[in-house]
Design a protein around this ligand. Structure first.
Ligand SMILES: Cc1cc2nc3c(=O)[nH]c(=O)nc-3n(C[C@H](O)[C@H](O)[C@H](O)COP(=O)(O)OP(=O)(O)OC[C@H]3O[C@@H](n4cnc5c(N)ncnc54)[C@H](O)[C@@H]3O)c2cc1C
Length: 309
């Protein structure tokens, strides 16, 4: 039987693995379909502390895995298909293989909602991005017109953040008013660099032939008219989908599917802890996910110490 199973090898899961391994718990760590997590999909990470020149996302996660393995973490390629948290020890099915564990750390992350356009997919990381905090300061976006798609608090935050870099920030929203909180909406619309584009959706991101973003084609839903806006970047901010379907009905989730911790990183099921973006609808950064992973491992270690004394 395992002492700790960690689901996920992003910043949260691997940091939890490092701490659990150093506490001599030999955690079993499952990669899922994205070993290294979301950060492996980006090139340079410029805001992870300790790397003044920035570091390649894939390299950062490879180093973090090696660091955890050095202390005894066992990273295994595999996806958790189901869990039974109603029994002790917990039962976990990994690609059909049953494993029993005293504790579980959920670090399954969250995916971005996509517009669903082929051009969005083809220009991903070539001007299309899902995180202004991560990418907004890149040279390609400086003093250029930029587009944010969305109308909630996140879209407003992205738009305001991008006013520091872009020459103008178009905020494209499908309705005629923002969904964001009143104060956030007012602050955003009052900014001289933010230009709202109401009742509109992006129908195509240009220009796939040039292999970079040069503009967007926008359709007004009320008039049906299509126009083109020039821009160097498209920031899609239409929400996230936490990877938590597996735990529905067992672990407390909010209306968007994020895990709601009961206390610290502990969930409503004693012995199950959570870390990273699957429980974070606010920050969603590598360093915050890593911090939560550290906290989850410490909480888990203390829980096990209490069980086994
Ligand atoms: C393009 C891009 C660029 C970014 N750039 C930055 C940046 O510059 N700076 C920054 O701070 N943040 C950045 N971020 C955000 C950062 O990547 C995330 O905040 C961070 O990866 C969250 O870590 P996590 O461990 O919570 O989840 P993730 O990194 O999403 O990892 C989730 C892990 O869970 C696994 N998993 C999911 N379901 C299962 C299952 N059923 N069984 C087993 N495993 C499972 C996945 O395979 C994966 O290994 C960026 C994100 C993107 C998409």
């Amino acid at each position: 039987m395992e002492k700790v199973v960690i689901i996920g090898t992003g910043c949260a899961g691997l940091t939890a693995a490092l701490y659990a391994a150093r506490a001599n718990l030999q955690p079993l760590v499952l990669t899922g379909t994205m070993p290294g997590g979301l950060l492996t999909t980006t090139s340079v990470v410029e805001n992870y502390p300790g790397f003044p020149e920035g570091i390649d996302g894939y390299e950062l996660m490879t180093r973090l895995q090696k660091q955890a393995e050095r202390f005894g973490a066992r990273v295994q390629f595999g996806t958790v298909e189901s869990v039974d948290l109603s029994r002790r020890p917990f039962a976990v099915s990994i690609d059909g293989d049953p494993v029993e564990t005293q504790t579980l750390i959920i670090a399954t992350g969250a995916g971005h909602r996509h517009l669903g356009l082929e051009s969005e997919h083809l220009l991903d990381k070539k001007g299309v991005t899902y995180c202004a905090t991560c990418d907004g300061a890149l040279p390609i976006f400086r003093n250029q017109p930029l587009v944010v798609v969305g109308g909630g608090d996140s879209a407003c935050e992205e738009a305001l953040y991008l006013t520091r870099f872009g020459s103008i920030v178009y905020l494209i929203h499908r309705r005629d008013q923002l969904r964001a909180s009143k104060i956030m909406a007012e602050r955003t619309l009052a900014h001289p660099k933010v230009k709202p584009v109401w009742d509109s959706v992006v129908t195509e991101i240009l220009d796939v032939r040039q292999d970079k973003v040069t503009g967007v084609r926008v359709k007004n839903l009320k008039t049906g008219q299509e126009t083109t806006l020039d821009c160097a970047g498209v920031f899609v901010a239409i929400g996230h989908v936490p990877n938590t379907a597996l735990f529905k009905g067992m672990i407390d989730l909010d209306d968007a599917g994020y895990v709601v911790p009961a206390k610290g990183t502990a969930t409503n099921v004693p012995g199950v802890f959570v870390a990273g973006d699957c429980s974070d609808r606010v920050y969603r950064q590598a360093i915050t996910a890593a911090g939560m992973g550290c906290a989850a491992a410490i909480d888990c270690e203390r829980y096990l110490a209490g069980l086994n004394q």
